[in-house]
Design a protein around this ligand. Structure first.
Ligand SMILES: Cc1ncc(COP(=O)(O)O)c(C=O)c1O
Length: 387
């Protein structure tokens, strides 16, 4: 009787197991084919393993000696700044490794509130809300803010996270040609029928270092009754006279309604993102933004690092000025002039170096004794030889 039941169970398991195995074999086949197509398209992304802290000089597995690192977004060198590290350690010790909770359940500490207030002060906005990343800030914003009655107008080269955020929302979508103000105006005219219009753009586009023409965007927005959203991930901390960003650089701080940015680049480089803008918008995001509501709080060490980075920038303008001076100096090096260092309008502060790894030159020993191993590569989804 018992043996019969075991035999029956084994027999009925056999076809199930073999179906599971064939599903797995099918999956492996599909994955291999997909991976091969990525290799074939020349868009395979391999990762170098850094064995030191992030910084201008780093050590990389398999590369003897140091190399000069141009591809991090560590614009101000704060990722390894001693005071930033100390602040991270202090908050780690005092507030622990993490909250094991989302913000609204039991994941808000005094340091989160302090950092949000500091971010709002830094950008001269009413309030700010933290996210685990700027990717999350971008995927949280549009869906929470815009309905099917509204419209969003987006630069075609906006960051992937803005594109994904817009995909998630029900608003009518208009994509205007990169930096093309005539096209934006045409789209704004088309979008007049909607309740709200939100123009969304990167402040500084990381791949080519383009700066969004915010004065013109704000002028058009005001003419057609639209709001302006800017992702300042590649501007916060260093663009503009005091590093407030593209809106400061172009004199439109009072005209940009919403800013999203990252703590994972110039502001210490740990991780985290935020939205800053009108108080009521921030309140709505705390109620509705899904990456805020359903993801763990920012770890205290990351909060401490970002908070110290902001302190350093608000106490003095020395770091911002030093970066601008270094960019100018670098631009005069003979081995750099063959690459384009983009200047942020009339002040040269964006060291964006769009070259492919295969075209990397070698830096002479006199310029630091390091090999320039890899500059910022082109957009990771484009083949190496694309445009
Ligand atoms: C323009 C822009 N927005 C958002 C992000 C995402 O930032 P985070 O790393 O904080 O998710 C990036 C990161 O590369 C970016 O370049």
């Amino acid at each position: 009787m018992w043996a019969g039941r075991v035999l029956h169970a084994a027999l009925s398991r056999a076809p199930r197991e073999s179906r599971a195995q064939s599903a797995l074999a099918q999956l492996r086949g599909i994955l291999e084919e997909e991976l091969e197509s990525i290799r074939g398209a020349g868009t395979w992304k391999s990762e170098r393993v850094i064995t030191s802290r992030q910084g201008p000089h780093i050590h990389v597995d398999g590369a003897p000696g140091g190399i000069i690192n141009f591809c991090a977004n560590n614009y101000l060198g704060l990722s390894s700044h001693p005071e930033v590290i100390q602040a991270g350690l202090r908050t780690l010790k005092e507030f622990g490794a993490g909250l094991s909770s989302v913000r609204f359940i039991c994941g808000t500490q005094s340091i989160h509130k302090d950092l949000e207030a500091k971010i709002a002060r830094f950008h001269q906005r009413e309030d700010a809300i933290l996210y685990p990343s700027c990717f999350d800030a971008n995927t949280g914003l549009f869906e929470a803010l815009l309905t099917s009655e509204d419209a969003v107008l987006s630069d075609e080269l906006n960051h992937a996270s803005i594109i994904d955020g817009i995909r998630l929302c029900k608003a009518h979508k208009y994509r205007y040609r990169h930096l093309d103000m005539a096209d934006l105006e045409a789209k704004l005219q088309e979008a007049q029928k909607h309740r709200l219009r939100l123009v969304a753009t990167d402040g500084a586009f990381s791949m080519d270092g383009d700066i969004a023409p915010l004065q013109e965007i704000c002028r058009l927005a005001s003419q057609y009754g639209a709001l302006v959203f800017v992702d300042e991930s590649h501007a916060t901390g260093f663009l503009g006279a005091t590093g407030r960003g593209t809106d400061e650089l172009l004199g439109v701080m009072d005209q940009v309604t919403i800013i999203n940015s990252t703590l994972g680049k110039a502001l210490g480089g740990a991780s985290g993102g935020y939205t800053t803008g009108p108080g009521a918008l921030v309140s709505l995001l705390r109620q509705r933004a899904r990456p805020y509501l359903f993801s763990n709080s920012l770890p205290p060490a990351a909060v401490g690092c970002a908070s110290k980075a902001l302190d350093l920038l608000m106490e003095s303008n020395a770091i911002v000025q030093s970066m601008a001076a270094k960019t100018l100096r670098l631009g005069h090096k003979p081995w750099v002039t063959s690459m384009s260092i983009r200047s942020g309008c009339d002040c040269s502060t964006v060291p964006q170096l769009p070259v492919t790894p295969s075209s990397c030159p070698q830096i002479p020993q006199s310029d630091g004794g390091c090999w320039l191993h890899h500059l910022r590569s082109q957009s990771p989804h484009l083949p190496c030889d694309a445009g």
